[in-house]
Each structure stands twice: as structure tokens, then as C-alpha cells.
Design a protein around this ligand. Structure first.
Ligand code: ZN
Ligand code: MN
Length: 504
């Protein structure tokens, strides 16, 4: 059932939106948070389980050190304070995908708290930075997965029966919760999207997660409330769950602003509830009425020791954090003398790291960008894989570039070398030799091919001699064809004009 909506501009003219974002990120550890089970995605259901993550009687958890280390690094990258002492807590509720009947989480003692993340958005007055305050980042475990079978939608309604896969139960999660984000005004949807995007970039830079929203390794819940003025107290919020693309984050905020405004204007109350986002129709529908924290009867986890990260460890992790992504982008944009748009293209193609590695190994930045955003991105896209999965290294690209600048390869031949590399035919030099790809630099065979082309099209001789030099293109093309692309086109052109006594 569609709910009443108020136009966005009208809603914003009458109300002040306040955002809250909760992001769950699945860590890329090899094993689960409290047991040694594998975390590899896509395995047969219930093959990555053990007594601990199935909650069998008597099984005891053992904490994953890398999980804690990742949580601290995430906290530091988000400008948080790191707890000197904290504990896990049991969050008690029943759900079939959670075999222990409680989730091991953190409650009033999160490992990281009081941070912020600055995000940049385009406003009517130009680029502007918003500071998103972060309340906490805490450690917890993922649940299993319910699969509802037999229905049309994959949802429980209309399903014939349900199955449970516990492979995901116990995979480490970090939940990052913002404070109420105020002062965004009409830019609330853009700020929400920019925040999730910036967060994803930071997490990727830390190497703690593959942050694939479509596979659920980064999941976002969007809280929104409206109030009459920025001075009024906070209104009742709704929480839209599992908004799983950047575009949907923006749309879900916009939708809730319009829905809340219509209800409030009609004199209705906002119900505190969770809502389901529907990607296809771009609307959300009511879920369950939202529990408060006290409903979960949290209490400290008795089976795990408190965590007291030493200050030496925390400082060592801080000293080894990667450069902040925004700072790094600005630095590389200047160093490579490229535009913001060109930097954006590198980001969109997902090849910034690859280009940076190539350049720091001595490759020319323009050449590196050309290969990674051009030919390699095209092939990767065709095959539905990431560029790095093609297995072409910058050492090989540099070798191809060197052969091009020596005149031993032209662009067309270079692409064939690349095909050979992707097909695993060996290194650049052996592919050049094996496929016979060197440019024909000896004038003899070129002159023969030119004469043959002119003999096949005698009229072109007069055309060129009369000054219509553009006609030379067809002769050069014929020679390139005859030499299977292995001629140097510029040299063919030179020889042709020499032969006809024409000067350029
Ligand atoms: Zn296990
Ligand atoms: Mn959570």
C-alpha cells in the first residue's frame, strides 16, 4: 500500500531532517570471530560450522585477534577514542538464523567511540564539507541466513518453507553508528550517500573488508526523523533496514523525508519502526515496531575475557594506518597533474591502487592511466571480473610501453601482446617473439607493399599528386592490412610520399 508523500522541496521548506546511519561491515578475516571456521563466501550451506558457531552445549568461544585489531584500526581511521577496557555483551532474542538465541555483541562498552568522518558534497554554493559525528564502532558477530523457498519474492510471506544456512553465523562484524547528523538541511540524502561512500573507501583502504554492498559485506540502515525547526527537539525516527547500494541510501533518505512530512502535516504521528526498502519500486514498507535496547536484556558475556588493548599496541596500529583516502586523492591529483574528473574515472574503474603501484615502479602516469582505464578496464568489464584479476602486472605494461617508444610495437600490436598476457602465453618478449608481433622496420618489404597497393589502385596516384594528401590514408590502410598491422604507419606514409615525389 502506497503511503502519502509530500514533495521533497515542500517537505524541506517545512521541516528540518535529522539523519542517523548504522553500517554493519563484515570483516575479511580468514576465520570467524569466536571459532576457527572458514569465512569464504559462497560455500555449500552449513559446511562452515562447528559446535561454537552452532551454539552447541558446552562449546566455548575464543576471540579472533585480527578481528579486534581490525576494529581498533577502523576506530582510529574514524578519529575515535579506543577503549582501555571493554567487554562483549549478550544481546538476547530468538531468531532461527541465530543458533545461540543471543548475539555476542558490545553494549555500553564499545571498543571505539567519539569519532567523526568529514564528507564532501556539491552544494548550490560549491563544494562543502560536512562533519558526520560518530558515536561508536563496536564488535559483534553476524547471524546465519534464512532462505524462504517456494514464494515469488524470496520473502517469508508466500513462501512454502524456509531453510537456514549457518555458514555466516559468527563472521566478525563491526557496527559503526553515527550520532544524530544535524544541519544538513536539504542535502540530507547527499550527505548520507557521501558518508557511506567515504566510509567504504576508508574500509577498503584499511584492507579490513571487501566492502561489497551487493554481497552484503557492507549493509546500511538509514534512520531519519523530522522536526519543525533546527531548535526543536528530535522527532520520532524510522529505521530503514539493509539499504544495499549507494544510490538506495540517497533514495531511502529522500523517500522518508517525503513520507514523514506528509504524515506530520496531516496531524498523524510517526511510528517508531523498522522499514523494508524495496529497490525495484523505490519505496519502503512498514516492518516491525522497533524494540528499545532494554528489550534485549543485554548482560556482559561471561564466556569471554574483557579486552584491554595496551596503549603501545594502539599507538603502533595508529602509526601504521594508511593515508586518509581523501588526502591521498588530492596528493595524487596534483602529482600526476590530472583533473578531478580524471581522478574520478580512476576511482570509478577501481584502478587507483594499480596505477599508483605502476607509477611508483617508474611507469609514466599518463601511460599507466591509459592502460588501466582503457584496454584493461574494457577487457575486465567484458569478462565481468576486476582489473587485477586479469593478472597483468605493471612490470609487463612497462615493458610494452618501452617497446612502443622504441618503435618496436605500435598500439595495435600492443593490444595483441596484452591479449597474449591475459591468455597466459608468457611474458611480453616471448609473446612478441611467439606471435611474431614486431613492427616491420625494414623499408624493403614496406616499399613492396606500397607498390602493390598503388598498382591495385592506379587512380590514387594522380589524386595524391594533385595535392589531395588525405587520399594517402587508403594506401597506408592497404599496406597495414598487407603487413597484418605490423607496419609503422607513420613510416609507410613517409615512404609513400617519397615514392610519389610529394612533400607534406
Ligand atoms: Zn565455528
Ligand atoms: Mn548490529
Amino acid at each position: 500500500m502506497a503511503e502519502a508523500l509530500m514533495k521533497y522541496d515542500e517537505a524541506i521548506a517545512n521541516f528540518d531532517p535529522v539523519l542517523g546511519l548504522e553500517v554493519h561491515v563484515e570483516l575479511g578475516t580468514n576465520t570467524k570471530m569466536f571459532c576457527g571456521c572458514s569465512t569464504v563466501f559462497g560455500a555449500e550451506p552449513n559446511t562452515q560450522v562447528c559446535p561454537v558457531c552452532l551454539g552447541l552445549p558446552g562449546a566455548l568461544p575464543a576471540l579472533n585477534r585480527i578481528g579486534v585489531e581490525s576494529a581498533i584500526r577502523i576506530g582510529l581511521a574514524l578519529n575515535c577514542e579506543i577503549a582501555t577496557w571493554c567487554r562483549f555483551a549478550r544481546k538476547n532474542y530468538f531468531y532461527p538464523d541465530m543458533p545461540k538465541n543471543f548475539q555476542t555483541s558490545q553494549y555500553d562498552e564499545p571498543i571505539a567511540f567519539e569519532g567523526y568522518l568529514d564528507v564532501d558534497i556539491d552544494t548550490d554554493e560549491g563544494p562543502k564539507t560536512f562533519r558526520v559525528p560518530i558515536e561508536r564502532a563496536h564488535m559483534e558477530e553476524d547471524t546465519g541466513k534464512n532462505l524462504h523457498m517456494g514464494g515469488a519474492t524470496g520473502r517469508i510471506h508466500g513462501a512454502d518453507y524456509s531453510l537456514v544456512d549457518y555458514n555466516r553465523a559468527g563472521i566478525p562484524l563491526i557496527e559503526i553508528v553515527t550520532k544524530p547528523v544535524e544541519g544538513t538541511g536539504k542535502y540530507a540524502p547527499e550527505v548520507a550517500k557521501a558518508y557511506v561512500s567515504a566510509l567504504r573507501e576508508i574500509l577498503r583502504g584499511l584492507g579490513v573488508s571487501d566492502v561489497k554492498m551487493e554481497q552484503g559485506s557492507l549493509r546500511c540502515d538509514v534512520n531519519l526523523s523530522l522536526r519543525e525547526t533546527p531548535e526543536s527537539k528530535l522527532g520520532t525516527r524510522s529505521e530503514t533496514k539493509n539499504v544495499n547500494s549507494l544510490r538506495s541510501v540517497e533514495r531511502a533518505v529522500r523517500y522518508e523525508v517525503m513520507r514523514h512530512a506528509a504524515r506530520l502535516t496531516a496531524g498523524e504521528r510517526i511510528v517508531q519502526e523498522t522499514r523494508h526498502w524495496h529497490e525495484d519500486t523505490g519505496i519502503s514498507t512498514s516492518g516491525r515496531s522497533k524494540e528499545d535496547a532494554e528489550d534485549y536484556r543485554y548482560f556482559p558475556e561471561p564466556d569471554l575475557m574483557p579486552i584491554a588493548p595496551s596503549r603501545e599496541w594502539v599507538e603502533e596500529l595508529r602509526a601504521n594506518l594508511p593515508e586518509n583516502p581523501a588526502v591521498r586523492r588530492t596528493r595524487l591529483t596534483a602529482a600526476w597533474n590530472i583533473s578531478d574528473l580524471e581522478m574520478q574515472n580512476l576511482m570509478n574503474a577501481g584502478v587507483l591502487e594499480l596505477v599508483e603501484a605502476a607509477v611508483s615502479a617508474g611507469m609514466n602516469p599518463d601511460a599507466a592511466r591509459k592502460w588501466y582505464t582503457g584496454e584493461l578496464a574494457r577487457v575486465a568489464n567484458e569478462r565481468g571480473v576486476e582489473v587485477e584479476e586479469l593478472g597483468v602486472t605493471h612490470v609487463e605494461l612497462s615493458r610494452i610501453e618501452a617497446l612502443i617508444s622504441e618503435g618496436a610495437l605500435n598500439d595495435k600490436l600492443a593490444r595483441q601482446v596484452l591479449d597474449g598476457l591475459i591468455a597466459g602465453e608468457g611474458d611480453v618478449d616471448s609473446i612478441v617473439a611467439g606471435r611474431g608481433l614486431a613492427v616491420v622496420s625494414d623499408d624493403g618489404p614496406l616499399i613492396e607493399a606500397i607498390d602493390a597497393a598503388l598498382a591495385a589502385d592506379p587512380a590514387v596516384v594522380e589524386t595524391i599528386k594533385s595535392g589531395k594528401l588525405a587520399a594517402a590514408g587508403s594506401v597506408v590502410g592497404a599496406v597495414m592490412k598487407a603487413t597484418r598491422g605490423q607496419a609503422d604507419a607513420a613510416r609507410v606514409r613517409e615512404l609513400l610520399f617519397e615514392r610519389l615525389g610529394v612533400s607534406e
